[in-house]
Ligand binder design. Structure first.
Ligand SMILES: [Zn+2]
Length: 308
């Protein structure tokens, strides 16, 4: 059994308020095992929460909802925290009992809380409502929105390969606008600084369309070689397809930056089949959860084996 199961099951849309409540409850119930902090705030002043489990030298970061309509990834990450704290049965039992003294995991479930709220509630409560509708081609239906509340695509804001990003609309938009320069948006600035302050050994970036894993950006075979085993392990446990580069990848994404800047493994995991520009339907959640159940374990087992 895990902490919030009944509540989770009733949820159609996983909201910023749900996240806030869940993380505070986890903090209250597991105060000896977790640390809850905020790493910054969004354009509209929502908190960007980060929760730590474990205290070891090997460090993993796992984050979701860079893209507004992809809030199912936030629910998934909170579910990972619940299971980790309350259900240390298989597969975790196969690790050393004290593995949480060797590994630190930072969870950041929702990088773009303004965007998530816009998709779920529409623009009525936003100070720039008219601009948002304009950027959304005159529509008040925001279900396809990916950007933050300034119309910038947060996964096109990282400095690596930013100059050569493809399909940039050049103006504020529901998706794909890279901004006037890298790192202009507070949500990305917060994550960028946080990651720079920690020496992470691995990063998992959750997105939601395609049942694929991006893992090498534009790295050569030789450069990608150290990450291939872990990438293949993740593909095996999820049955998602590993993406090999074709032509010139677009760049500007978190994973592109992390791989290049830190020369450590980083994966963009797309949790659902391609369903077009809308949120992943709630009825797919159970399947998504079970498909991804072994992802974190796979990364931790790999990092611990690397130590020992
Ligand atoms: Zn995405």
């Amino acid at each position: 059994m895990f902490l919030l199961e009944n509540e989770q099951k009733q949820r159609k849309n996983y909201r910023y308020q749900d996240l806030k409540k869940d993380l505070h409850r986890i903090e209250e119930n597991f105060s000896n095992q977790v640390e809850l902090i905020t790493i910054g705030s969004s354009v509209e002043g929502r908190q960007l929460y980060a929760l730590r489990v474990g205290s070891g030298d090997k460090k993993v970061i796992i984050h979701g909802a860079h893209h507004a309509r992809e809030w199912m990834t936030s629910r998934l990450i909170v579910d990972f925290i619940n299971h980790l704290l309350t259900d240390l049965s298989w597969p975790w039992l196969s690790l050393r009992e004290d593995w949480l003294t060797e590994v630190t995991i930072w969870f950041i479930p929702m990088i773009n809380p303004d965007g998530v709220t816009l998709v779920q509630d529409g623009a009525d409560l936003f100070s720039n409502r008219l601009e948002l509708i304009d950027w959304n081609n005159g529509s008040t239906d925001f279900t396809g929105w990916k950007a933050n509340s300034r119309g910038v695509d947060l996964n096109r804001q990282y400095p690596t390969g930013w100059d050569s990003i493809q399909n940039d609309p050049g103006v504020q938009s529901a998706s794909n606008y890279k901004g006037q320069k890298p790192l202009t948006e507070p949500e990305v600035q917060a994550l960028y600084q946080f990651v720079n302050q920690h020496a992470f050994d691995c990063a998992l970036a959750y997105h939601s369309s395609g049942e694929e894993i991006f893992w090498r950006y534009n790295l050569s075979d030789e450069q990608a070689k150290p990450y291939r085993e872990l990438a293949e392990n993740l593909a095996e446990v999820t049955r998602y397809q590993l993406i090999e580069p074709e032509g010139t990848p677009s760049g500007g994404g978190f994973t592109d930056w992390f791989l290049t800047e830190f020369e450590k493994p980083s994966f963009t995991i797309e949790i659902a089949p391609s369903i077009g520009p809308r949120p992943v339907p709630d009825l797919l959640y159970e399947r998504v959860f079970h498909t991804n159940e072994l992802v974190l374990y796979t990364v931790v087992a790999y990092l611990i084996a690397e130590i020992g």
